[in-house]
Design a protein around this ligand. Structure first.
Ligand SMILES: C[S@@+](CC[C@H](N)C(=O)[O-])C[C@H]1O[C@@H](n2cnc3c(N)ncnc32)[C@H](O)[C@@H]1O
Length: 228
């Protein structure tokens, strides 16, 4: 993260959508190096999901991007078979996800828009995951989102996401990935307060680990279970 200030720009989400629409391919190439981290935490999520659910599970992925490898892995999983709702702000990312996941369209629903505006019935989900996506919300919105995720999950439901280890109300990089149109926004409470935010929403924390997986940032990975 860079350029820490404290004011969230008013048009932040429109700018973020525009950036991801433009830099989607470059981001997707850049982030392949992080797949080992994705699989480390996705596998922990899947092993807990296996003990929680019988044959079928419903999972929501926040900021699913182009759908590889996370959404694809969820859709290819058996025991349980997973129905996935993939949400993303970027239409370009979702177009790529539609292409990348065309074999699984019967169990996949893609929803474009801001994750904070999702309309999900209470206690309807077995799991919610977000890889490098919740960090794009202003941190006060992260707190509200985590409370919503708790409402959407069934008792015992799982939540997996990463949060900024560094505390920053606002971090902006105008040319992320050296892209002239790569304007980016992130925010976070920092590791300790993010874990507390998840606990305060009513979750039991199963995994709480810090990784230094991106050159300039450390992340807190949380896997949590909604208390029965
Ligand atoms: C860093 S990328 C991560 C993509 C994917 N999860 C991955 O692991 O590569 C962040 C993704 O979150 C999406 N995103 C950012 N803010 C969002 C929001 N408020 N609601 C939904 N998606 C959002 C972006 O469009 C982008 O595709």
């Amino acid at each position: 993260m860079s350029d820490a200030t404290s004011t969230v720009p008013e048009n932040m989400k429109a700018r973020l959508k525009e950036s991801y629409d433009i830099i989607a391919s470059k981001y997707n190439d850049f982030t392949r190096d992080h797949d080992a981290v994705r699989f480390t935490y996705l596998n922990k999520f899947l092993s807990h999901l296996k003990t929680n659910t019988k044959q079928n599970a419903s999972v929501l992925e926040l900021g699913c991007g182009a759908g590889v490898p996370v959404t694809k892995t969820l859709l290819e999983h058996s025991e349980p078979t997973i129905h996935v709702t993939g949400n993303d702000l970027s239409t370009t990312q979702l177009d790529l996800a539609r292409q990348n996941l065309s074999e699984h369209s019967d169990r996949l629903k893609l929803v474009q828009g801001d994750m904070t505006g999702l309309d999900i019935p209470e206690q309807s989900l077995d799991g919610v995951v977000g890889f490098w996506s919740v960090i794009h919300l202003p941190r006060e919105e992260q707190t509200d989102l985590v409370k919503n995720i708790h409402r959407w999950l069934k008792p015992g439901g799982l939540f997996l996401a990463n949060f900024s280890q560094e505390e920053a109300p606002v971090a902006i990089n105008k040319t992320w990935l050296k892209e002239e149109k790569g304007w980016m926004f992130w925010s976070g409470w920092g590791g300790e307060k993010s874990a507390k935010m998840v606990e305060d929403a009513g979750f039991e924390i199963l995994v709480n680990e810090i990784t230094n997986d991106v050159k300039d940032a450390s992340f807190l990975w949380i896997l949590a279970r909604k208390k029965a």
